[in-house]
Ligand binder design. Structure first.
Ligand code: SIN
Length: 281
């Protein structure tokens, strides 16, 4: 079967068919996958059966692996590169990060080199009365830039926002050493995708605590306006998961949030890997 790329029709996300990720992938096929990933911001493969080492090997095709901050606490035995994202408890103890990413965000934007992208492999997906729960929403920050009025574009181009790890409400409060390892960083509000050259907005309510050169009140109201604009319904794709989905998103052009509309005994189990990134430009 040959590779097919099927756009979802939303401004972000395409399904890729005709690829078995448990098998070696040749360079030509990989180049098509990587191009689709850069262009669509989110790509997904249905009906996959990948082992943790296979997921890690596929992630490494996109560059170095980034060890996620949660990996120290919840990784897969034998695969420290994989973080377990799950609401499941065993013997009264959580087996993974629970309620991860329920607010709009771009992963690890508070680091000096935010990751290129993130990959989630769905193992168990919650259902209730035959309905699937635990969707993830993705917003195109590139479509949001395209839709921005010129006056606002001129106001923000060249400006940098302050991203502060300690400024955000988190499902699990970070430790003092995690805070010390992640001092505030200043990233451009208008980013350029390193491979496609496409511009996109980079601002989130919870992680951005200010804008260089602006008074705090003005900065906060501008961040809120941009953050709300990015996640307008016209910019969103909502992914309804099936077990066996392997999905990856681009952390430059896409923001995401997990919909927390389920709880035990509905079980959700995902394996997450993160790709190393670069200083945003
Ligand atoms: C995340 O933000 O990494 C979690 C996304 C999800 O679990 O759907």
């Amino acid at each position: 079967m040959s590779l097919e790329i099927i756009p979802t029709g939303a401004p972000v996300a395409a399904e890729i068919r005709g690829v078995d990720l448990s098998q070696p992938i040749g360079d030509n096929v990989f180049a098509l996958i990587e191009r689709a990933y850069d262009e669509h911001g989110v790509i997904f493969f249905r009906d996959q059966h990948v082992t943790p080492p296979q997921q890690v090997a596929f992630t490494r095709r996109f560059g170095d692996i980034e060890f996620n901050i949660f990996g120290e606490r919840w990784s897969v035995a034998g695969s420290p590169e994989i973080v377990v994202v799950s609401n499941i408890t065993e013997d009264g103890k959580p087996i993974g990060v629970k309620r991860a990413g329920e607010n709009w965000h771009s992963d690890m934007c508070y680091t000096a080199r935010p990751p290129r992208g993130t990959m989630l492999y769905a193992i168990e997906i919650p259902t209730l009365h035959g309905l699937t729960l635990g969707d993830t929403e993705f917003a195109s920050a590139a479509a949001a830039w395209d839709a921005l009025p010129d006056s606002l574009r001129h106001r923000i181009e060249g400006r940098r926002a302050i991203f502060d790890f300690s400024g955000r409400k988190r499902a699990f409060p970070p430790s003092q050493s995690e805070i010390e390892r992640n001092p505030p960083v200043h990233h451009p509000i208008v980013r350029t995708h390193p491979h496609t050259g496409r511009k996109c907005l980079y601002a989130m309510r919870d992680d951005c605590t200010g804008i260089d050169g602006l008074e705090q009140d003005e900065a906060e109201s501008l961040i809120a306006a941009l953050a709300d604009h990015i996640v307008k319904p016209a910019h969103i794709y909502r992914h309804q998961w099936r077990p066996g989905d392997l999905l990856m998103w681009d952390n430059c052009t896409v923001q995401h949030r997990a919909i927390q509309d389920y709880d035990m005994p509905q079980r959700r189990l995902m394996h997450r890997t993160t790709m190393g990134g670069a200083v945003p430009a």
